[in-house]
Design a protein around this ligand. Sequence first.
Ligand SMILES: C[S@@+](CC[C@H](N)C(=O)[O-])C[C@H]1O[C@@H](n2cnc3c(N)ncnc32)[C@H](O)[C@@H]1O
Length: 250
Amino acid sequence: MATAAMVAEFGDVAGWTAEAVEQLGAGHAIPAACRGSSSPTGLAWLAEACEFAPGDRLLDVGAGVGGPAAWAAERFGVRPILVEPMHPACRAAAQLFGLPVVRADGGRIPLRTHSVDVGWCLGVLCTVEDKAALLGEMHRVMRPGASLGLLVLVTRQVQLLPLPEGNHFPTQGELVGLLADAGFDLIQQITRPDDCPRSWSRRAEQVAAAIAAKHQADEAYTLAARQVERLARLLAAGQVSIQLVHAVAG
Ligand SMILES: C[S@@+](CC[C@H](N)C(=O)[O-])C[C@H]1O[C@@H](n2cnc3c(N)ncnc32)[C@H](O)[C@@H]1O
């Protein structure tokens, strides 16, 4: 069940992002639409680990505004299909990138069994209560032997600082157990490199500034900003780390 803060962060801000990109230009779309979870360095690591090939059908669950999927299509020639529950995010992804989007919960993916070649789920697991259902559904729709790329926020200790509303960060042990229980073999895991090129973060920041200029008096803006700030404090305190994971559907 999404809280008001989650609706603000993943719904309202998604719509505002598309609006700001329209204003600033299409070159801003991908950096702005990688909604906080990704950098091109992290995306490249995952795409190489998963051995993306032209024509592969890529399932992106919790795709948000579609930046990572659009990046993968542009760089590797994969054919993404986005699954995302928030209506404004679905609309924004279709509007910015023309990608096929299915509005659905990751725990009930309306796709055929074994119908996709590779899967991504980036910055999503911590926002989902039933992580087992989401991973189980991804395993069902991915073909046997298909690669799964995850970006997961993992907690290192008992969290002391306030969490972003509606977030439940798995421990490393829980993550390993969830993957195994869903039928995935964990191949490799690294801590996400922190080196986002300035040219990329500058475009994302310009979009964020345009959104702030227009919407900072909105209650949804305040709620979403508090979510981002809470996560930033957890990361800065080392209570949560960003992990990139390559697993394979067994
Ligand atoms: C931090 S955003 C990441 C978006 C995108 N993956 C990216 O990296 O830019 C988390 C996304 O997960 C989506 N989400 C939340 N609960 C979900 C669920 N049960 N199933 C699928 N997606 C979900 C949210 O709507 C949001 O778009």
